[in-house]
Write a protein that binds this ligand. Structure first.
Ligand code: NAD
Ligand code: TDX
Length: 327
Protein backbone atom coordinates (compact mmCIF):
# COMPACT_ATOMS: atom_id res chain seq x y z
CA UNK A 1 0.00 0.00 0.00
CA UNK A 2 1.29 3.45 -0.93
CA UNK A 3 0.07 6.14 1.46
CA UNK A 4 0.56 9.73 0.30
CA UNK A 5 0.82 12.36 3.04
CA UNK A 6 1.36 9.66 5.66
CA UNK A 7 3.42 11.96 7.89
CA UNK A 8 0.48 14.34 8.32
CA UNK A 9 -2.33 14.21 10.85
CA UNK A 10 -4.84 11.79 9.31
CA UNK A 11 -2.28 9.86 7.26
CA UNK A 12 -0.08 9.07 10.28
CA UNK A 13 -3.07 7.89 12.30
CA UNK A 14 -4.08 5.81 9.28
CA UNK A 15 -0.69 4.10 9.00
CA UNK A 16 -0.83 3.24 12.71
CA UNK A 17 -4.33 1.81 12.28
CA UNK A 18 -3.32 -0.28 9.25
CA UNK A 19 -0.44 -1.80 11.24
CA UNK A 20 -2.89 -2.77 13.96
CA UNK A 21 -5.76 -4.02 11.77
CA UNK A 22 -3.91 -5.40 8.73
CA UNK A 23 -0.49 -6.45 10.09
CA UNK A 24 0.47 -8.27 6.86
CA UNK A 25 0.06 -5.15 4.74
CA UNK A 26 3.37 -3.55 3.70
CA UNK A 27 3.04 0.21 3.77
CA UNK A 28 5.18 2.82 2.02
CA UNK A 29 4.62 6.48 2.81
CA UNK A 30 5.50 9.28 0.41
CA UNK A 31 5.50 12.67 2.10
CA UNK A 32 7.08 16.02 1.25
CA UNK A 33 7.37 16.94 4.95
CA UNK A 34 5.90 20.41 4.55
CA UNK A 35 5.36 22.44 7.73
CA UNK A 36 2.37 20.07 8.35
CA UNK A 37 4.30 16.82 7.96
CA UNK A 38 6.41 15.38 10.73
CA UNK A 39 8.58 12.28 10.45
CA UNK A 40 8.10 11.72 14.20
CA UNK A 41 4.39 11.12 13.58
CA UNK A 42 5.44 7.70 12.26
CA UNK A 43 7.92 6.90 15.05
CA UNK A 44 7.69 3.28 16.11
CA UNK A 45 5.91 2.13 12.95
CA UNK A 46 7.32 -0.37 10.45
CA UNK A 47 6.45 1.72 7.41
CA UNK A 48 8.95 2.45 4.64
CA UNK A 49 9.32 6.21 4.27
CA UNK A 50 10.09 8.14 1.09
CA UNK A 51 10.73 11.85 1.48
CA UNK A 52 9.30 13.16 -1.77
CA UNK A 53 6.73 15.28 -3.58
CA UNK A 54 3.63 13.80 -5.22
CA UNK A 55 4.12 16.22 -8.13
CA UNK A 56 7.42 14.46 -8.93
CA UNK A 57 6.15 12.23 -11.77
CA UNK A 58 9.25 10.03 -12.05
CA UNK A 59 9.36 9.30 -8.32
CA UNK A 60 5.62 8.67 -8.13
CA UNK A 61 5.77 6.36 -11.16
CA UNK A 62 8.52 4.26 -9.58
CA UNK A 63 6.57 3.90 -6.32
CA UNK A 64 3.21 3.18 -7.95
CA UNK A 65 4.85 0.48 -10.10
CA UNK A 66 5.51 -1.47 -6.88
CA UNK A 67 2.14 -1.05 -5.19
CA UNK A 68 -1.30 -2.69 -5.20
CA UNK A 69 -3.26 0.23 -3.79
CA UNK A 70 -2.77 3.97 -3.30
CA UNK A 71 -4.44 5.77 -0.41
CA UNK A 72 -4.17 9.46 -1.21
CA UNK A 73 -4.10 11.81 1.80
CA UNK A 74 -1.38 14.27 0.71
CA UNK A 75 -2.69 17.81 0.44
CA UNK A 76 -2.34 21.35 1.59
CA UNK A 77 -5.17 21.23 4.11
CA UNK A 78 -5.68 24.56 5.91
CA UNK A 79 -8.35 27.01 4.70
CA UNK A 80 -6.73 30.02 6.38
CA UNK A 81 -3.43 29.37 4.59
CA UNK A 82 -5.23 29.06 1.26
CA UNK A 83 -6.62 32.59 1.73
CA UNK A 84 -3.10 33.92 2.20
CA UNK A 85 -1.40 31.98 -0.65
CA UNK A 86 -3.45 29.62 -2.84
CA UNK A 87 -0.50 28.54 -4.97
CA UNK A 88 0.68 25.39 -3.11
CA UNK A 89 -2.96 24.27 -2.92
CA UNK A 90 -3.24 24.34 -6.69
CA UNK A 91 0.08 22.58 -7.15
CA UNK A 92 -0.24 19.81 -4.58
CA UNK A 93 -3.99 19.23 -4.48
CA UNK A 94 -4.67 19.44 -8.21
CA UNK A 95 -1.39 18.72 -10.00
CA UNK A 96 -0.30 16.18 -7.38
CA UNK A 97 -3.55 14.26 -7.77
CA UNK A 98 -3.17 14.36 -11.56
CA UNK A 99 0.35 12.91 -11.31
CA UNK A 100 -0.90 10.08 -9.08
CA UNK A 101 -3.80 9.34 -11.42
CA UNK A 102 -1.51 9.09 -14.41
CA UNK A 103 0.79 6.68 -12.59
CA UNK A 104 -2.19 4.64 -11.37
CA UNK A 105 -3.52 4.50 -14.94
CA UNK A 106 -0.18 3.38 -16.36
CA UNK A 107 0.24 0.59 -13.81
CA UNK A 108 -3.49 -0.25 -13.36
CA UNK A 109 -3.44 0.39 -9.62
CA UNK A 110 -6.52 1.04 -7.48
CA UNK A 111 -6.58 4.54 -5.94
CA UNK A 112 -8.62 5.68 -2.95
CA UNK A 113 -8.96 9.45 -2.83
CA UNK A 114 -9.45 11.12 0.56
CA UNK A 115 -11.53 14.27 0.29
CA UNK A 116 -13.62 16.62 2.36
CA UNK A 117 -17.18 17.76 3.00
CA UNK A 118 -16.09 21.30 2.07
CA UNK A 119 -16.42 20.53 -1.64
CA UNK A 120 -20.19 20.89 -1.18
CA UNK A 121 -19.92 24.47 0.09
CA UNK A 122 -21.91 25.27 3.22
CA UNK A 123 -25.41 24.96 4.64
CA UNK A 124 -27.63 27.44 6.43
CA UNK A 125 -27.36 27.43 10.21
CA UNK A 126 -30.46 25.86 11.73
CA UNK A 127 -31.73 24.33 8.46
CA UNK A 128 -32.47 20.58 8.49
CA UNK A 129 -30.36 19.90 5.36
CA UNK A 130 -27.28 17.66 5.13
CA UNK A 131 -24.78 16.84 2.38
CA UNK A 132 -25.32 13.58 0.50
CA UNK A 133 -23.06 11.98 -2.11
CA UNK A 134 -25.14 13.64 -4.85
CA UNK A 135 -25.16 17.18 -3.45
CA UNK A 136 -23.87 19.61 -6.10
CA UNK A 137 -20.33 20.91 -5.62
CA UNK A 138 -20.06 24.56 -4.52
CA UNK A 139 -16.67 25.07 -2.82
CA UNK A 140 -15.97 28.43 -1.15
CA UNK A 141 -12.23 28.71 -0.48
CA UNK A 142 -9.13 28.09 -2.59
CA UNK A 143 -8.56 25.01 -0.40
CA UNK A 144 -12.01 23.52 -0.95
CA UNK A 145 -12.00 24.47 -4.65
CA UNK A 146 -8.69 22.64 -5.10
CA UNK A 147 -10.08 19.56 -3.33
CA UNK A 148 -13.21 19.74 -5.49
CA UNK A 149 -10.99 19.87 -8.59
CA UNK A 150 -9.10 16.80 -7.44
CA UNK A 151 -12.36 14.90 -6.86
CA UNK A 152 -13.46 15.72 -10.41
CA UNK A 153 -10.15 14.51 -11.82
CA UNK A 154 -10.44 11.21 -9.95
CA UNK A 155 -13.96 10.58 -11.26
CA UNK A 156 -12.96 11.58 -14.79
CA UNK A 157 -10.09 9.06 -14.75
CA UNK A 158 -12.56 6.37 -13.65
CA UNK A 159 -15.09 7.23 -16.35
CA UNK A 160 -12.68 7.95 -19.21
CA UNK A 161 -9.94 5.40 -18.55
CA UNK A 162 -11.70 2.77 -16.43
CA UNK A 163 -9.36 3.43 -13.49
CA UNK A 164 -10.41 1.62 -10.31
CA UNK A 165 -11.11 4.35 -7.77
CA UNK A 166 -13.12 5.11 -4.67
CA UNK A 167 -13.63 8.55 -3.11
CA UNK A 168 -14.51 9.51 0.45
CA UNK A 169 -15.65 12.92 1.62
CA UNK A 170 -15.29 13.38 5.36
CA UNK A 171 -16.24 16.05 7.87
CA UNK A 172 -13.88 17.88 10.30
CA UNK A 173 -11.46 15.53 12.05
CA UNK A 174 -9.91 15.91 15.50
CA UNK A 175 -7.55 13.73 17.54
CA UNK A 176 -3.83 13.10 18.20
CA UNK A 177 -1.15 14.47 15.82
CA UNK A 178 -3.35 17.25 14.39
CA UNK A 179 -1.34 20.36 13.54
CA UNK A 180 -1.84 23.14 16.08
CA UNK A 181 -2.96 25.59 13.40
CA UNK A 182 -6.35 23.82 13.40
CA UNK A 183 -9.24 24.87 15.67
CA UNK A 184 -9.32 22.18 18.37
CA UNK A 185 -5.58 21.58 18.92
CA UNK A 186 -4.95 25.35 18.71
CA UNK A 187 -7.27 25.96 21.67
CA UNK A 188 -5.98 23.00 23.71
CA UNK A 189 -2.36 24.10 23.26
CA UNK A 190 -3.29 27.75 23.90
CA UNK A 191 -4.58 26.73 27.32
CA UNK A 192 -1.63 24.42 28.03
CA UNK A 193 0.72 27.27 27.03
CA UNK A 194 -1.00 29.89 29.19
CA UNK A 195 -2.57 31.71 26.21
CA UNK A 196 -6.22 32.63 25.73
CA UNK A 197 -8.29 30.45 23.35
CA UNK A 198 -9.36 32.28 20.17
CA UNK A 199 -12.83 32.11 18.62
CA UNK A 200 -13.39 33.50 15.13
CA UNK A 201 -16.25 36.02 15.12
CA UNK A 202 -19.28 35.03 17.16
CA UNK A 203 -18.62 31.31 16.74
CA UNK A 204 -22.07 30.42 15.41
CA UNK A 205 -20.56 28.18 12.71
CA UNK A 206 -21.19 24.45 12.91
CA UNK A 207 -18.77 21.66 12.01
CA UNK A 208 -19.65 17.94 12.02
CA UNK A 209 -16.77 16.73 14.22
CA UNK A 210 -15.45 13.19 13.82
CA UNK A 211 -12.58 11.46 15.62
CA UNK A 212 -9.70 10.69 13.24
CA UNK A 213 -9.84 6.96 14.08
CA UNK A 214 -13.47 6.80 12.98
CA UNK A 215 -12.56 8.48 9.68
CA UNK A 216 -9.74 6.01 9.13
CA UNK A 217 -11.85 2.98 10.09
CA UNK A 218 -14.28 4.09 7.40
CA UNK A 219 -11.44 4.32 4.86
CA UNK A 220 -10.38 0.76 5.75
CA UNK A 221 -13.97 -0.39 5.28
CA UNK A 222 -14.10 1.27 1.85
CA UNK A 223 -10.76 -0.28 0.84
CA UNK A 224 -11.97 -3.71 1.88
CA UNK A 225 -15.58 -3.66 0.73
CA UNK A 226 -16.28 -0.46 -1.23
CA UNK A 227 -17.34 -0.57 -4.85
CA UNK A 228 -15.09 0.82 -7.55
CA UNK A 229 -16.39 4.12 -8.91
CA UNK A 230 -18.36 4.90 -5.75
CA UNK A 231 -18.17 7.87 -3.38
CA UNK A 232 -18.87 7.53 0.36
CA UNK A 233 -19.65 10.38 2.75
CA UNK A 234 -18.09 10.00 6.19
CA UNK A 235 -19.50 11.77 9.25
CA UNK A 236 -20.35 10.87 12.83
CA UNK A 237 -23.61 12.82 13.31
CA UNK A 238 -22.20 15.47 15.66
CA UNK A 239 -24.19 18.19 13.95
CA UNK A 240 -25.64 20.25 16.77
CA UNK A 241 -22.62 21.89 18.33
CA UNK A 242 -21.25 25.22 17.12
CA UNK A 243 -17.72 26.60 17.45
CA UNK A 244 -18.62 28.67 20.52
CA UNK A 245 -19.96 25.58 22.28
CA UNK A 246 -16.86 23.58 21.30
CA UNK A 247 -14.48 26.21 22.69
CA UNK A 248 -16.60 26.47 25.86
CA UNK A 249 -16.44 22.69 26.24
CA UNK A 250 -12.64 22.70 25.85
CA UNK A 251 -12.34 25.52 28.42
CA UNK A 252 -14.58 23.64 30.83
CA UNK A 253 -12.73 20.32 30.40
CA UNK A 254 -9.41 22.12 30.95
CA UNK A 255 -10.54 23.97 34.06
CA UNK A 256 -10.87 27.56 32.76
CA UNK A 257 -14.64 27.84 32.09
CA UNK A 258 -15.67 30.74 29.85
CA UNK A 259 -12.16 32.14 29.43
CA UNK A 260 -11.73 32.67 25.71
CA UNK A 261 -11.66 35.70 23.39
CA UNK A 262 -13.34 36.63 20.12
CA UNK A 263 -10.94 37.46 17.26
CA UNK A 264 -11.30 38.53 13.62
CA UNK A 265 -13.55 36.24 11.60
CA UNK A 266 -12.36 34.20 8.60
CA UNK A 267 -13.23 35.90 5.27
CA UNK A 268 -15.88 33.90 3.41
CA UNK A 269 -16.35 31.69 6.50
CA UNK A 270 -18.44 28.58 5.69
CA UNK A 271 -21.40 28.54 8.05
CA UNK A 272 -22.36 24.92 8.54
CA UNK A 273 -21.27 21.47 7.38
CA UNK A 274 -23.35 18.34 8.06
CA UNK A 275 -22.77 14.94 6.50
CA UNK A 276 -25.31 12.26 5.69
CA UNK A 277 -23.22 9.08 6.01
CA UNK A 278 -26.11 6.65 5.70
CA UNK A 279 -24.70 5.03 2.52
CA UNK A 280 -21.50 4.09 4.37
CA UNK A 281 -23.43 2.87 7.41
CA UNK A 282 -26.01 0.88 5.43
CA UNK A 283 -23.87 -0.56 2.62
CA UNK A 284 -20.60 -1.15 4.47
CA UNK A 285 -21.82 -1.49 8.07
CA UNK A 286 -19.48 1.22 9.39
CA UNK A 287 -20.35 3.04 12.57
CA UNK A 288 -18.34 5.53 14.62
CA UNK A 289 -16.75 4.44 17.88
CA UNK A 290 -16.66 7.99 19.29
CA UNK A 291 -20.30 9.01 19.47
CA UNK A 292 -19.75 11.74 22.04
CA UNK A 293 -17.53 14.78 21.38
CA UNK A 294 -16.87 15.28 25.10
CA UNK A 295 -15.20 11.84 25.37
CA UNK A 296 -13.19 12.34 22.18
CA UNK A 297 -12.04 15.76 23.39
CA UNK A 298 -10.95 14.35 26.75
CA UNK A 299 -8.76 11.79 24.96
CA UNK A 300 -7.37 14.49 22.64
CA UNK A 301 -6.65 16.91 25.50
CA UNK A 302 -4.80 14.10 27.32
CA UNK A 303 -2.70 13.41 24.22
CA UNK A 304 -1.62 17.07 23.80
CA UNK A 305 -0.94 17.31 27.53
CA UNK A 306 1.34 14.26 27.37
CA UNK A 307 3.07 15.31 24.13
CA UNK A 308 4.19 18.88 24.86
CA UNK A 309 7.49 18.37 23.01
CA UNK A 310 5.57 17.43 19.85
CA UNK A 311 3.87 20.85 19.54
CA UNK A 312 5.78 23.32 21.71
CA UNK A 313 8.47 24.32 19.20
CA UNK A 314 5.89 25.34 16.55
CA UNK A 315 3.62 27.27 18.93
CA UNK A 316 5.22 30.74 18.87
CA UNK A 317 5.37 30.81 15.06
CA UNK A 318 1.78 29.63 14.61
CA UNK A 319 0.47 32.20 17.08
CA UNK A 320 2.48 35.10 15.66
CA UNK A 321 1.17 34.29 12.16
CA UNK A 322 -2.39 34.35 13.50
CA UNK A 323 -1.74 37.51 15.55
CA UNK A 324 -0.55 39.35 12.43
CA UNK A 325 -4.04 38.73 10.94
CA UNK A 326 -5.85 39.78 14.12
CA UNK A 327 -6.70 36.16 14.86
P1 NAD B 1 -2.18 17.62 7.05
O1 NAD B 1 -1.97 19.00 6.54
O2 NAD B 1 -2.06 17.37 8.51
O3 NAD B 1 -1.18 16.59 6.32
C1 NAD B 1 -0.90 16.66 4.96
C2 NAD B 1 0.36 15.85 4.69
O4 NAD B 1 0.62 15.89 3.27
C3 NAD B 1 1.61 16.41 5.38
O5 NAD B 1 2.35 15.37 5.97
C4 NAD B 1 2.39 17.07 4.25
O6 NAD B 1 3.80 17.07 4.45
C5 NAD B 1 1.99 16.18 3.06
N1 NAD B 1 2.14 16.87 1.77
C6 NAD B 1 1.74 18.13 1.45
N2 NAD B 1 2.08 18.42 0.18
C7 NAD B 1 2.69 17.32 -0.32
C8 NAD B 1 3.27 16.99 -1.57
N3 NAD B 1 3.26 17.87 -2.59
N4 NAD B 1 3.80 15.76 -1.74
C9 NAD B 1 3.83 14.87 -0.70
N5 NAD B 1 3.32 15.12 0.50
C10 NAD B 1 2.74 16.33 0.70
O7 NAD B 1 -3.61 17.20 6.51
P2 NAD B 1 -4.70 16.23 7.16
O8 NAD B 1 -5.59 17.03 8.02
O9 NAD B 1 -4.04 15.02 7.66
O10 NAD B 1 -5.55 15.87 5.84
C11 NAD B 1 -5.23 14.73 5.05
C12 NAD B 1 -6.22 14.62 3.91
O11 NAD B 1 -7.54 14.50 4.43
C13 NAD B 1 -6.24 15.85 2.99
O12 NAD B 1 -6.39 15.40 1.67
C14 NAD B 1 -7.47 16.63 3.44
O13 NAD B 1 -8.02 17.38 2.39
C15 NAD B 1 -8.38 15.49 3.85
N6 NAD B 1 -9.39 15.82 4.88
C16 NAD B 1 -9.01 16.42 6.04
C17 NAD B 1 -9.97 16.68 7.01
C18 NAD B 1 -9.59 17.32 8.34
O14 NAD B 1 -10.47 17.64 9.11
N7 NAD B 1 -8.33 17.50 8.64
C19 NAD B 1 -11.31 16.34 6.78
C20 NAD B 1 -11.66 15.73 5.57
C21 NAD B 1 -10.68 15.46 4.62
O1 TDX C 1 -8.45 29.59 15.98
C1 TDX C 1 -9.46 29.27 15.36
N1 TDX C 1 -10.68 29.71 15.80
C2 TDX C 1 -11.85 29.40 15.19
O2 TDX C 1 -12.92 29.83 15.63
C3 TDX C 1 -9.43 28.42 14.19
C4 TDX C 1 -8.10 27.92 13.67
C5 TDX C 1 -10.61 28.09 13.59
N2 TDX C 1 -11.80 28.57 14.05
C6 TDX C 1 -13.06 28.13 13.41
C7 TDX C 1 -13.09 28.18 11.89
C8 TDX C 1 -13.99 27.01 11.53
O3 TDX C 1 -15.35 27.41 11.57
O4 TDX C 1 -13.20 26.75 13.74
C9 TDX C 1 -13.75 26.01 12.65
C10 TDX C 1 -12.78 24.90 12.26
O5 TDX C 1 -11.64 25.50 11.69
P1 TDX C 1 -10.43 24.64 11.09
O6 TDX C 1 -9.89 23.75 12.14
O7 TDX C 1 -9.50 25.59 10.42
O8 TDX C 1 -11.18 23.69 10.06
P2 TDX C 1 -12.07 23.97 8.74
O9 TDX C 1 -11.71 25.25 8.11
O10 TDX C 1 -13.49 23.73 9.10
O11 TDX C 1 -11.52 22.77 7.78
C11 TDX C 1 -11.20 21.48 8.34
O12 TDX C 1 -12.20 20.53 8.04
C12 TDX C 1 -12.33 20.11 6.70
C13 TDX C 1 -9.85 20.98 7.83
O13 TDX C 1 -8.85 21.94 8.11
C14 TDX C 1 -9.91 20.67 6.36
O14 TDX C 1 -8.68 20.11 5.93
C15 TDX C 1 -11.02 19.67 6.11
O15 TDX C 1 -11.16 19.46 4.74
Amino acid sequence: MLVTGGAGFIGANFVRLVEKQWPKCQVTVIDKLTYAGNRDNLAGTQTAFVHGDITDAALVDSLVAQTDVIVHFAAESHNDNSLHDPSPFITTNIMGTYVLLEAARKHSVYLHHVSTDEVFGDLEIGAPTTFTETTAYAPSSPYSASKASSDHLVRAWARSFGLQVTVSNCSNNYGPYQHIEKFIPRQITNILDGRTPKLYGTGEQVRDWIHVDDHNLAVLEILAHGEFGETYNIGADQQDINNREVIELICELMGIPGQYEHVADRPGHDQRYAMDASKLREQLGWQPQYTNLRDGLKQTIAWYTEHTAWWKTAKDDVESTYAAKGQ
